[in-house]
Design a protein around this ligand. Structure first.
Ligand code: 7TS
Length: 405
């Protein structure tokens, strides 16, 4: 394979995404807000619709045919997730509401049980709020301390010095603002046995993730960024850790037996899935994984790298534009500031031209402070984006500048 385009028919792929074929304010939609959430292919929308029309019922209960079918579909999707991230066992795949809930769950179960006064939780300066605040809450509750590894001017993070009192390391796999890909294997190596949680919200849709090869202890991601439905995410955890963790929520499905005197808990992964889960969502996530695998995550990675290189080159030529985040190993996220123009104005004028980008602090306020900007404009790529759309963004920015000149 010499170039991604040989194996990758972006025009055909775009046909799978109904939402992309519309006009916004009289212009063709250019959707460059994929880091916030990705669009859904017909295959996912249809799978959910079909499931509700033919197989739907509650799961893990009842002997009737629909319940059995629903349970089968739900558990098959769990195995798809397991294989997709190469987890050793499906028992290690826990369905939650999203990355945010996955991190909160680890903080409230593993964290409360194992982290106390005088201990330290290590994070980096480029984390999303959802990988900062749950740890701050835990620190407040337990008397533990948060230590933050700095980020350099390019957006790289190094110096993962682990102290004797470091009890947990929680790091993003890819920064949602800078696009930096963090060296997880190296971090795990340096952790020297201290559990490592990886916030993979921005990684799973864009690169091959193999939790065994990474060696991390927990890995979290959201379905909606992986072209699947909203309100659903995954926590992967190593069996040995999950088994020792208390349940997160109590309720139906997570129990083995209940009396008023004593309740015993279900086995993994059900111990952590109290109540009726997002059954159709899980089926939809399974369809999203099938879809991504049919294209090939490696092909996606190659195509997006090419697109990122093109976008970086083109945007760098826009006068007065400064890209925030220039790490060597980057994924398809480009944050930038335009001299003298507030990002909200940039975003609004781009929207008038049908171009969707995100502006603001991207739920990473400490990172904005680090780079001395109140906000940025962010274009974030997916495999259905094209060079023509990058050209439209560049033209859109010329218009922004024209208005402000
Ligand atoms: N971690 C990272 C690195 C993220 O980028 C996000 C969401 C989350 C966690 C939280 O995911 P959720 O699905 O639980 O909400 N990031 C963004 C973003 O960049 N713009 O909108 C949401």
């Amino acid at each position: 394979m010499t170039t991604a385009t040989k194996v990758f028919d972006v025009a055909a792929i775009r046909q799978d995404f109904p939402i992309l074929h519309q006009e916004i304010h009289g212009h063709p939609l250019v959707y460059l807000d994929n880091a916030a959430s990705a669009q859904k292919p017909r295959q996912v929308i249809d799978a959910i619709s079909r499931f509700y029309q033919t197989d739907y019922s509650n799961i893990h209960r009842g002997v009737h045919a629909l319940s059995e079918r629903s349970t089968k579909r739900y558990e098959e999707a769990r195995i798809k997730v397991q294989k997709f991230i190469n987890a050793p066992s499906a028992r290690e795949i826990i369905f939650v509401r999203g990355t945010t809930e996955a991190i909160n769950m680890v903080a409230q179960t593993y964290g409360r049980k194992n982290i106390g006064r005088g201990d330290e939780i290590l994070i980096t300066a480029l984390e999303h709020h959802s990988n900062i605040v749950p740890w701050q809450m835990l620190c407040e509750e337990t008397g533990a301390k948060l230590r933050v590894i700095p980020v350099d001017d390019r957006g790289d993070v190094s110096n993962f010095d682990v102290h004797a009192n470091t009890k947990l390391i929680a790091v993003a796999h890819i920064s949602n603002v800078l696009g930096t890909v963090l060296p997880i294997r190296e971090i795990v190596r340096r952790a020297n046995g201290v559990p490592v949680l990886v916030d993979g919200a921005q990684a799973v849709p864009h690169m091959k993730v193999d939790v065994e090869a990474l060696g991390c202890d927990f890995y979290c991601f959201s379905s909606h960024k992986l072209f699947g439905p909203t309100g659903l995410g995954v926590l992967y955890g190593k069996t040995a850790l999950l088994e020792k963790m208390p349940p997160y929520q109590g309720g139906g499905d997570m129990i083995a037996s209940v009396t008023f005197e004593k309740t015993t808990y279900n086995t993994l992964p059900f111990k952590f899935e109290a109540g009726t889960p997002d059954i159709a969502g899980v089926v939809g996530l399974g369809a999203a994984i099938d879809y991504v695998e049919q294209i090939g995550i490696e092909n996606i990675e190659v195509y997006e790298a090419e697109l990122l290189e093109y976008a970086t080159r083109e945007l760098s030529q826009v006068k007065g534009l400064r890209i925030v985040g220039t790490a060597n190993h980057k994924a398809g996220v480009i944050s930038f500031v335009l001299e003298g123009i507030h990002p909200h104005d940039v975003g609004t004028i781009l929207d008038r031209q049908g171009i969707a980008v995100r502006t603001g602090h991207h739920c990473a306020q400490p990172l904005m402070d680090r780079f001395g900007v109140p906000a940025t404009t962010r274009a974030s790529l997916a495999f259905y984006n094209t060079k023509e759309e990058i050209d439209a963004l560049v033209r859109g920015l010329a218009k922004v500048k024209e208005i402000f000149d």
